[in-house]
Design a protein around this ligand. Structure first.
Ligand code: SF4
Length: 336
C-alpha cells in the first residue's frame, strides 16, 4: 500500500472510527489492561456481545491487580453467557502471571506477551500495537477479508492465512501502528463488509484489486465446509424444596470450571443419573458449539432426600452464571 493510501486510511479512521468502550481519544494511550481484556473477549465474539461484559468486568475489576485476587467462581459467573469459557480461565491465569511475574504491568513486546496464558499471535500483536505503539502485524477476520480483497487472493481460507499475514505485513506502516490495525478492523466491520461492501465510501478503493475486478464479494475465497457433527446427551434437573442440584464441571475441557446441571453422554462421560428417582421427560434443547451441534434431553425428578452436592435456589438461578446451553436446559427443567 502506498504511503498516500495508508494516510487516506488513517484520515478515514480519524473521522469514521467506531466508538467502543475500550478506545481512547486520539493522541492518548489506552490502558494495556483494557486493551488486553477487550481483545480476549473479542476472540470469536461480536462487538455487540462483548460491550456489556467489558463494562461489567471493568466496573467490577478496574485493574489487573483486582482481577488477579478474585475467586475463580466469581469470574466464571461474570463470564457466563459470553461462551468459549477457556478464555475466562486463561484470563485469570494471565492476570495472576502479570501480577506475580511482571509487577502488575503487561509486557510491551509481542514475544513476551505470547508467553502469557491465553495470548496467541493475534492478541499479542493487537496489544503490542494498540497499547504500546509497536509495529506489529495484526490480522483478525475483518482484516483477512479486507486484505484478501485488496490483493484479490485466490487461495482459499483457511490455507490462505499465511499469505494474508504476509500481505498484511507488506502494508503495515512503521508509525501509528495501533491506529492502522484498528482502522483496518473498522474498515472490515463497517465498509468492506462480507456482503455488499460499500466500495464507493472506501478510502482504499483506488488500490483494490477485487474492486477493479468488479466482484469484491467473491473474496475471501473459502474452502468447502464439512458438516458439523451432532452429539446427544442428557441433563438432569433434580429438585428438592425449591432448589436444584448443580455440579461444577472439571477444570479442563468444554465449559471447564463452570456450574452446570449434571449430565451424561455428550462429552464422552458415561455418568449415571445423580440419584435413583422417577425421572420424567422434560423435553430437549439444541445448542451449537464450535465443533459440534448438541441435542440435550432433559430428565426431571423430585428428590425425596437431599443428596450431597451444590444446591441452588431455583428462584435465583440466573445468579449461578450457567453457560448458555445449561441456561436453556434450566428453562425446560423449571417449566413444570
Ligand atoms: S474497495 Fe471495496 S472491496 Fe476493496 S477494500 Fe474497499 S470496500 Fe473492500
Amino acid at each position: 500500500m502506498s504511503v498516500d493510501a495508508s494516510n487516506a486510511l488513517l484520515s478515514w479512521y480519524s473521522v469514521d472510527k467506531r466508538s467502543l468502550p475500550w478506545r481512547v481519544a486520539e493522541g492518548e494511550w489506552p490502558d494495556a489492561y483494557r486493551v488486553w481484556l477487550s481483545e480476549v473477549m473479542l476472540q470469536q465474539t461480536t462487538v455487540a456481545a462483548v460491550r456489556p461484559y467489558f463494562e461489567k468486568f471493568t466496573s467490577l475489576w478496574p485493574g489487573v491487580e483486582r482481577l488477579a485476587v478474585t475467586d475463580d467462581a466469581d469470574v466464571m459467573a461474570a463470564w457466563a453467557g459470553l461462551g468459549y469459557y477457556a478464555r475466562a480461565r486463561n484470563l485469570l491465569a494471565c492476570a495472576r502471571t502479570v501480577v506475580a511475574h511482571h509487577g502488575g504491568e503487561f509486557p510491551d513486546t509481542e514475544a513476551e506477551l505470547m508467553k502469557l496464558p491465553g495470548i496467541g499471535r493475534y492478541t499479542a500483536a493487537a496489544i503490542a500495537a494498540i497499547a504500546f505503539g509497536r509495529r506489529a502485524v495484526v490480522v483478525d477476520g475483518n482484516v483477512e477479508r479486507v486484505v484478501s480483497r485488496l490483493f484479490a487472493v485466490e487461495e482459499p481460507l483457511p490455507a490462505a492465512r499465511a499469505t494474508l499475514y504476509a500481505l498484511t505485513d507488506t502494508i503495515t506502516p512503521d508509525r501509528r501502528c495501533g491506529d492502522f490495525a484498528q482502522a483496518m478492523m473498522d474498515l472490515g466491520a463497517t465498509v468492506c463488509t462480507p456482503r455488499v461492501p460499500k466500495c464507493l465510501l472506501c478510502p482504499l478503493a483506488d488500490q483494490c484489486a477485487a474492486r477493479a475486478g468488479r466482484e469484491p464479494e467473491r473474496y475471501p475465497v473459502k474452502a468447502a465446509k464439512t458438516a458439523r457433527p451432532r452429539r446427544e446427551g442428557v441433563a438432569y434437573w433434580l429438585e428438592h424444596e425449591g432448589e436444584v442440584l448443580l455440579v461444577r464441571r472439571p477444570a479442563s475441557g468444554l465449559l471447564g470450571g463452570m456450574l452446570a446441571l449434571p449430565t451424561c453422554g455428550w462429552s464422552g462421560e458415561a455418568a449415571p443419573p445423580p440419584v435413583a428417582a422417577q425421572w420424567q421427560d422434560g423435553g430437549s434443547v439444541e445448542h451449537v458449539f464450535t465443533h459440534f451441534a448438541l441435542k440435550l434431553r432433559i430428565l426431571r425428578a423430585q428428590a425425596e432426600k437431599r443428596p450431597e452436592g451444590i444446591w441452588w435456589p431455583i428462584e435465583r438461578l440466573e445468579e449461578a452464571g450457567l453457560p448458555t446451553v445449561f441456561a436453556k436446559a434450566a428453562v425446560r427443567g423449571a417449566a413444570e
